[in-house]
Design a protein. Structure first.
Length: 114
C-alpha cells in the first residue's frame, strides 16, 4: 500500500526511495533547502567545531544520494518537479562549497592570529 506524505495537508504518495523520510519529492526538496540554509548560517559564523562540520558534510552527501536514487528510480515526475530536484542538488553542492570556503577562512585566521 502506498504511503501518503507526512507534510501537513499533503496527500501525494511517497516514492519508494523516500519511504524512510515519509515525504513526497516536493516536500523532501523543501526540507533539504531549509537544512542547507541552516547549515550555511551556522558555518558562516565560523564557530562550528570540526565534528559538526563533518556531520554536515555527511548529511549533504546522504541527502544528495537519496534524492538522486529517487529521481532515477523511474518514479514519474513532472518537468517542474525534475527542475526542482536539479535545483536542490545544486543547493547541496553550493552548501558544500560554502562550507569548504568557511573552513579555509577559519584555518587562515588561525595561522595569522595564532
Amino acid at each position: 500500500m502506498a504511503e501518503n506524505c507526512s507534510a501537513k495537508g499533503c496527500k501525494i504518495n511517497v516514492p519508494v526511495g523516500l519511504a524512510a523520510e515519509h515525504m513526497c519529492v516536493l516536500h523532501f526538496t523543501l526540507f533539504i533547502e531549509n537544512e542547507c540554509a541552516e547549515m550555511r548560517r551556522e558555518t558562516a559564523l565560523g564557530q562550528t567545531v570540526q565534528e559538526r562540520q563533518v556531520g554536515f558534510m555527511q548529511k549533504i552527501s546522504n541527502r544528495g544520494e537519496t534524492l538522486v536514487r529517487t529521481a532515477t528510480s523511474g518514479f514519474p515526475m513532472s518537468d517542474e518537479l525534475k527542475a526542482r530536484v536539479l535545483s536542490t542538488l545544486l543547493t547541496l553542492m553550493n552548501t558544500r562549497e560554502n562550507m569548504d570556503r568557511a573552513l579555509m577562512r577559519q584555518s587562515a585566521l588561525k595561522r595569522f592570529v595564532g
